[in-house]
Design a protein around this ligand. Structure first.
Ligand SMILES: [Zn+2]
Length: 201
C-alpha cells in the first residue's frame, strides 16, 4: 500500500481488493471513483451494503434469502408444496425460476458436500431437509445440485438419508452438461432438464 495515499483511502483500496476478481489496479481505480462521486452517491453504496447485511436473513422453511421470516416463495399458496427442489445456493433458485417451469418449493443446502474442503453433511441444511420430509405431505424431492462431482456426491448422500422415508427422489438430468453449474445454464437447457427429470434408482 502506498504512503502517498491517506490512511482512509488506503483502507478503501484494501477493502475493494478483497472483492472477488478485483486486483490491485482495479481496487485503486474503484477507490478513486468513490472519492470523486458526490457524497450522496457514495453514501447510497455504503447504505446498500449495510442494508443487505442488516435485513437479509435465511427463510425459516427453505433457507433461501429473505427479508421476512418466511420467503415469498414459501408464502406463495399457488405453489405445489408436495414437491421440494433441492439447490446448492439461493442463486440457483433465480436461474430455475427464470424458466417459468417451476411450481414447486425449494430447499437451499448452502453448498455441497466436499470432505477435502472440510464441508461435511452437518455443515449443510440436510438435517433440516430430512425433518421437512419427515413432517409429511412431500411426494417428490427433485435434486437440482450442480452436475459435477461435488453435486453428484451430495445427491448420493441425500438420497441415502431420504430413501428410508419413502419419498420419490428425482434429478434434473437431460441436457445439463456434466461439470456445468445450474447458475450459468441457459433457460432452454434448464427447462428441458426440469421436464425430463428422472427418478433416481
Ligand atoms: Zn422459503
Amino acid at each position: 500500500m502506498s504512503d502517498v495515499y491517506t490512511e482512509s483511502l488506503n483502507r478503501l483500496i484494501e477493502e475493494f481488493g478483497k472483492l472477488p476478481g478485483i486486483g490491485p489496479k482495479s481496487s485503486e481505480r474503484l477507490a478513486f471513483y468513490i472519492l470523486k462521486r458526490r457524497r450522496d452517491e457514495a453514501m447510497a453504496l455504503a447504505e446498500a451494503i449495510v442494508d443487505v447485511k442488516n435485513k437479509i436473513k435465511r427463510c425459516e422453511i427453505c433457507y433461501s434469502l429473505s427479508e421476512e421470516r418466511i420467503c415469498p416463495i414459501c408464502c406463495d399458496k399457488r405453489r405445489d408444496e408436495s414437491v421440494i427442489c433441492i439447490v446448492e445456493q439461493p442463486k440457483d433458485i433465480i436461474s430455475l425460476e427464470k424458466t417459468g417451469s417451476c411450481k414447486w418449493v425449494y430447499h437451499v443446502l448452502g453448498g455441497h458436500i466436499a470432505p477435502l474442503e472440510g464441508i461435511e453433511p452437518s455443515d449443510l441444511t440436510i438435517n433440516e431437509l430430512v425433518e421437512r420430509v419427515r413432517g409429511g405431505g412431500i411426494k417428490e424431492v427433485v435434486m437440482a445440485t450442480n452436475p459435477n462431482m461435488a453435486g453428484d456426491g451430495t445427491v448420493l448422500y441425500i438420497s441415502s438419508v431420504l430413501r428410508p422415508l419413502g419419498v420419490k427422489i428425482t434429478r434434473l438430468a437431460r441436457g445439463l452438461p456434466s461439470g456445468s453449474t445450474i447458475e450459468y445454464a441457459s433457460g432452454k437447457i434448464l427447462t428441458d432438464a426440469i421436464i425430463g427429470r428422472q427418478e433416481l434408482e
